[in-house]
Each structure stands twice: as C-alpha cells, then as structure tokens.
Design a protein around this ligand. Structure first.
Ligand code: HDD
Length: 719
C-alpha cells in the first residue's frame, strides 16, 4: 500500500470512529450485556481462586476454543478477491445465460486462488497446481467456474481422486513433507498412472511456480456445454487470460521466497488491489460444435487432454476485474463454498467422468467443512438472485421460514413456491440422448497417455525444457525408492528421448536399452489395452505455441517492483530519475538500505528506506538497480548485498548499476554490459557512470522482457 492510500484509510477509520453511535463502541457479551472489566477473571479476592460463574470469561474462551473449522481437504491455502465480470458483446449465438448475453451487465464475482497440496499456513511458492475458482453472482443464480491454472488434470476418473491426494499429501506416518510433491508416495502413485503424464509435464514446468496470481492463466479443464435459447448445445472449454502476461519465477527463487516471504502471492494480490492496480483477465471460450464431438484424435471427455489453441482458437469474450479485497479472511475467503453443480440456464455439463464425480464431492465437502446444510446462507455464498424453496431447518439456519406449508404440491399456500417454465428462466437440463450398458470402464479414446505430454514438452522453449528436466531431477532426486525413479524414466522415454536422457543423467540412472512397457492399471471396455495404448492422437512432432509461456505477449512492466540498493550519500538525482522512469511505466522503485529509516542522498534530500538488506532479498523483486554514491563500495563487505545482485543475475532478472554501484556487480563476478549495447535481448547487465535517459530507457526496455532466460547455462544434453 502506498503512503497516500494508507493515510486516506487511516483518516477514514478515524472519521468513522468519530461519527459512530457511542453505543456501537461498547464492549458486550454475545448476548448484549455491556462488559465492565475485560482484563481480569472473576476471583475470590485478588489472588483467586477463579469462579465458574464468570459468564464473560466462559463465553469468550468457549468461542475461542471453537474458532477453527476443518481446513479444505485440498486447496486449503487460498487468497481471494471480489470483482466484476462483463461480457464484451452478446454471446446469444452460443448461450442463453444472461450474464453472457448482456454487455451492459456487470456481474459481481468472488475469486479464490489456491495451492492444492499444502495446509492453510503453507508457503505460496510450492511447486503445485494453482486453483482458480470463480463464483459469479448472476441474476439467474450463482455460477461457479472451479478451475485451475493448468488445462488438464492428473486422473481421468474421479474415483482415483482420493488416491492421488493421499499420495501427494505429507506421508501419513511422519507428516513430511509439507506442500511438496517431491517425495516417494507421490511419485510411486504417478509412476503407476500413465494417464498422469501430460499433467506431470505441466506440474514440472514453470507454470507450477507462477510469479503472481495476476500473471497466470486459468482453465475450466473439463469440456462443458453452452446451450442457446433454441436449445442447441455446443461443447466449450473455458479459459482465463491474464492481461499482465503469463509469468513464472525460477525454482531456486521459489524456494528462497518461501523463506523470505511465504505469503508472496497473497501479499502481491492484496497490495495490487489496495494500490488500485486491479488484476484483469479475459474470459476465453473454445467452442466445438456437437457434430465435431469426434473430430479430434482424443476424447473431449478426457480431462487429461486439451484442445490445442491452434486447432480451436480461444475467443476472448469478456473481462474479469478484481477490484476489492475481502474485509475478513475467515468470513469470505475461508467460508466461500464453490461447487461445480452451481450452473445457470445456458450452461450445462458434459459426461467427463472427472467432472461427474466432482459434481458429488463439492457439496459433500462443504457439509463437513462448514458444519451443515445451510452454508448457502453464509453471506459470501448467498446468491444475489432471490431464493424460495421448501428446504427447512438444519444446523445454524438463519432464515426464519414463515407459514405452515413446506411441501409441494400444496393447496394451502397457493402451491407456492412454483416450478418455473423454461421460458421464464427455469433450468432445464440439456436432453442428451444416452444409451449403453452399465460398466466400470473408460472410453476407447482415453488410452493415449503420451502424445499430448510429448506435444507439451516439445512446444516449450529451450530454457523451459531445461527447467522441466531440472524440476524432474529435483523431484525424483528426493525419491528414495530406486524402482519408482526407474519407472518414471520409462514413462519419460515414451514422452521424449531428450527429456528421459536429461532426467536419467541427473539421477545417475543409465537408460535401459529396451524399455519395458509402462504399467497401465486401467483397462478399456473391450479389454484390449494394446489396441488403444499406443494410438497416436497427435502427430509425433506437433507443437502448440500457446503451450509455451514465452510465446505469450509478455505484458507491460506495470506493477513490477525494482529493488534499488542505496548506501549513505547515494546519487540522489540518479535514483530520482530512475524511480521517475519506472513510475512512468507503472513500475515501482523501492529503496533497500543497510538499515531501515531515513537516508540522506548526496544532494541533501532525505529519503525513507522502507526495506533493509536484512528484510528484503532480490527474490522479492523483478529487477535490481545498484545506485552510485561515495559510500556504495561499502556494500562490497556485505555478503547479503553480493548475494542480492548475484541472485538477481542468476534468476535472469534485469540488473543495472551506475557509478560506484558497478563495483558491487564486479565483486559478485557478474558480467557487465553497457546501455548502448545494440541488442535489447542482451543478457548482460546495464552499467554506466551515471543515470541518463538512455540508461533508464534501456533498463525499462529490458524489464519489458521480464526474464532473460537466455542467460542460463545450457544443460548440453546428448540425444
Ligand atoms: Fe477439486 C476444491 C479444482 C478435481 C474435490 N477443487 C477445489 C478447489 C479448486 C478445485 C480450485 C478450491 C475451491 C476453493 O477455492 O474453495 N478440482 C479442481 C479441478 C479439478 C478438481 C480443476 C479437476 C479438473 N476435486 C477434483 C476431484 C474431486 C475434487 C476429481 C473429487 C472427486 N475439490 C474437491 C473437494 C474440494 C475441492 C474435496 C475441497 C474443498 C472444496 O472442494 O470446497 O470437494
């Protein structure tokens, strides 16, 4: 939060306190009795003992003892924000949903981002899938789009979800490790689940360590249906495209951020919204006509497959803006209850077996988590659309239902509330014709587990491939069971030879000459696994540019943070013009000094250093600038300062230094470049004797590339 905004908020709070009815400031029990002493329990004499009749003490402690509710079994760690959604133009050609057909309508939303595996208090920077759950409070009822930041999932059938989660959660005997998939039970399970391979590619990629919730894509994952006013249904995949581009941090950085600021993503979201930098995403649709259901080499119902954007383009149809932080974390972020079954007329389900299973799980989980069937009455879950029905009672019922009639049909209350005809907005399920035998089986098109994994890997840029290989080396390197590691290498060899070789080499495993077929525990309906297993759904060398983060428009540098190292008597004019240039492009320069507090520049100007080399590290910034000044060489004796710039360089961030500040880069053995180097993609640092327009221009231009991944040393893998 900037100083001005904070001052405004404090002033508002003071004003509110001043204008409040004095009775509202009185401390009371939950039953309204005014409390005279909240410092001492009731005792016999001032040295006790305490008395059981102290109703104020008993009430306060009892409430405190019951303050916690069970955390979510998955996605426990979350951060959320309020906002609005508005469609650009009517989508009546696809759907009758009011919020998608009326461009004048602003639909309120509540969005919760999360990690999957960790507990409520775990680090934001775990390598993990991020939840991206959106509740639209539409005029026709709540619609929940409960997605992730990856477009596919680990498993094809919801029956396997508890197994997946048991495997990834901390191991049950010693509850280790927290918020990490790098352990035996996760990889044991995965090595026996070939259907996970595509998702594993995503999880091992940098998508699993986003720079910010504001800079990651979202996906509804499953194929859904849109139904128009004539009753025509089309298949749809939902996407969210962030306007700030799609960005990640480096794995080494993620691990360090987890120590320096485990709330990094939560803080980033909160501060951006407080500062008026509202995160924005466009809603994207991939529409597939019913007649094209079988036009793809894979099954649209298989949640381990995506539809390449090159085959079906993503149409950007509306904008989501997050513009308000929650007032209370527990009341809103913790108590919000999402459910895929919350749909509105015009949106319907497909038969994806994962989706179908989820339709059961979400309400079920809210019942235990929120303690009863009335969680829809909690303010954050309450629809803005009116509700009337004959459901009654239950724990914590808020509504005072009137009258004696709570059944339908009835004549005593005029048959109220009445069923609603479709023409008046009644929800009618799409009448999909179905025929078949009852079987425990999967569609024949579900059995190619490697082609899209390969497509993903081969679509990555060289640095992204390297990161993926290193991530697998890291994760499998933490696995003790040798057989599990080897089994994974067999799978990776089905995906891509370079990938398998690269990982095997890091693990010190020789690639076996003959790869045994990886295990496949699921069997197709016809029982003939072989017939389906190696069917290529995507040509061997197909790439989809959209899968690489580097192919996305990088987005502006607005809201990016630059750590400016300053020592006593620093180059005031230089720092001022650097901060101004950054502000000109919406970025923020923040002073980091040896100690917190006032620091005087060489021109006598006094600045406030809000961060010190002890409280900040370069992993918390997007770029680094070392200011000149006569005391700048004092940084050379400071190991933390050397690490500050060395890490920034290692994490491929833009680094600049001027005047005496350059000495720190030299001491850190960082290659230095000049502001006049012709190639803006140059991976060297920017150094100059003083800050000029050319320096600030060059620095902000390099920042616009966000990361100079080309700076990374290559793995040099043989094929
Ligand atoms: Fe789930 C929470 C996303 C498969 C069962 N899930 C949950 C949340 C997200 C997702 C974003 C957090 C919602 C929030 O912020 O409160 N889940 C997914 C996606 C999946 C998926 C994108 C696959 C495409 N989930 C999945 C399956 C099952 C569940 C197959 C069970 C059969 N998920 C749950 C749950 C949770 C949940 C246990 C825990 C807390 C909650 O629902 O409200 O019901």
């Amino acid at each position: 939060m900037n100083g001005k905004k904070r001052a405004q908020l404090e002033k508002r709070a003071q004003l509110e306190a001043h204008t409040k009815d004095p009775r509202e400031s009185m401390l009371t029990t939950n039953h309204g009795v005014r409390i005279n002493d909240d410092q001492n329990t009731l005792k016999v004499g001032d040295r006790g003992p305490s008395l059981l009749e102290d109703f104020h003490f008993r009430e306060k402690i009892t409430h405190f003892d019951h303050e916690r509710i069970p955390e979510r079994v998955v996605h426990a760690r979350g951060s959320a924000a309020h906002g609005v959604f508005q469609v650009y133009e009517s989508l009546a050609r696809y759907t009758k949903a009011g919020f998608l057909t009326d461009p004048a309508r602003q639909t309120p939303v509540f969005v919760r981002f999360s990690t999957v595996a960790g507990s409520r208090g775990s680090t934001d920077l775990a390598r993990d899938v991020r939840g991206f759950a959106v509740k639209f409070y539409t005029d026709e009822g709540n619609f929940d789009l409960v997605g992730n930041n990856m477009p596919v999932f680990f498993i094809q059938d919801a029956l396997k979800f508890p197994d997946l989660i048991h495997a990834v959660k901390p191991e049950p005997h010693h509850e280790i490790p927290q918020a990490a998939s790098a352990h035996d039970t996760f990889w044991d399970f995965i090595s026996l689940m070939p259907e996970s391979m595509h998702m594993i590619m995503w999880l091992m990629s940098d998508r699993a360590i986003p720079r910010s919730f504001r800079m990651m894509e979202g996906f509804g994952v499953h194929t859904f249906r849109l139904v128009d006013a004539t009753g025509t249904s089309r298949f749809v995949k939902f996407h969210w495209k962030p306007l700030l581009g799609v960005h990640a941090v480096a794995w080494d950085e993620a691990q360090k951020i987890s120590g320096k600021d485990p709330d990094f993503h939560r803080r980033d979201l909160w501060e951006a919204i407080e500062g008026g930098d509202f995160p924005e995403y466009e809603l994207g649709l991939q529409i597939v006509e019913e007649s094209d259901e079988f036009a793809f080499g894979f099954d649209l119902l298989d949640p381990t497959k995506l539809i390449p954007e090159e085959l079906v383009p993503v149409q950007r149809v509306g904008r989501l803006t997050l513009n308000r932080n929650p007032d209370n974390f527990f009341a809103e972020t913790e108590q919000v209850a999402f459910h895929l079954g919350n749909v509105v007329p015009g949106i319907d389900f497909s038969n994806d077996p994962l989706l179908q299973g989820r339709l059961f799980s979400y309400t079920d989980t809210q019942l235990i988590r929120l303690g009863g069937p009335n969680f829809h009455e909690i303010p954050i879950n309450r629809p803005t659309a009116a509700t009337h029905n004959n459901q009654r009672d239950g724990y914590m019922r808020q509504e005072i239902d009137r009258g004696r009639v709570s059944y339908q049909p009835n004549s005593l209350a005029g048959n109220d509330p009445k069923q609603v005809p479709e023409a008046a907005g009644g929800y009618v399920t799409y009448p999909q014709p179905i025929e078949g035998s009852k079987v425990r089986a999967r569609g024949a098109g579900f059995f190619d587990h490697y082609s899209q994994a390969r497509m993903f890997f081969q679509s990555q840029s060289t640095p992204e491939k390297q990161h993926l290989i290193k991530a697998l080396r890291f994760e499998l390197g933490k696995v003790d069971a040798a057989a599990v590691r080897e089994r994974m290498i067999h799978h990776l060899a089905q995906v891509d030879a370079m990938l398998a070789t690269g990982v095997a080499r890091g693990l010190g495993i020789a690639l076996p000459k003959k790869m045994p077929a990886p295990p496949n525990l699921s069997v197709p309906a016809d029982g003939n696994l072989k017939a389906h297993q190696h069917r290529q759904v995507v040509d061997r060398d197909v790439v989809s540019a959209a899968l690489s983060m580097t192919s996305h428009v990088p987005g502006p540098i607005a809201t990016r943070k630059v750590g400016i190292l300053v020592a006593a008597r620093f180059d005031g004019a230089g720092v001022a013009s650097m901060v101004k240039a950054l502000a000109g492009r919406g970025a923020k320069g923040l002073l980091v000094a040896a100690e917190l507090g006032e620091i005087t520049a060489d021109d006598g100007e006094v600045y406030l250093a809000g961060l010190s080399i002890l409280t900040a590290a370069s992993v918390l910034f997007d770029a680094v600038y070392v200011a000149g000044g006569e005391a700048a060489p004092e940084w050379l004796a400071e190991a933390d300062a050397i690490e500050f710039v060395r890490d920034a360089y290692k994490h491929c961030k833009p680094v600049a230094a001027t005047g005496e500040g350059v000495q720190l880069l030299e001491a850190a053995r960082i290659p230095v470049g000049g502001p006049d180097d012709p190639d803006p993609a140059d991976d060297a640092t920017i150094v100059a004797t003083k800050v000029t327009r050319r320096v600030t221009q060059r620095f902000t231009d390099v920042m616009a590339q966000h990361r100079l991944w080309s700076r990374e040393p290559e793995l040099h893998l043989p094929l």
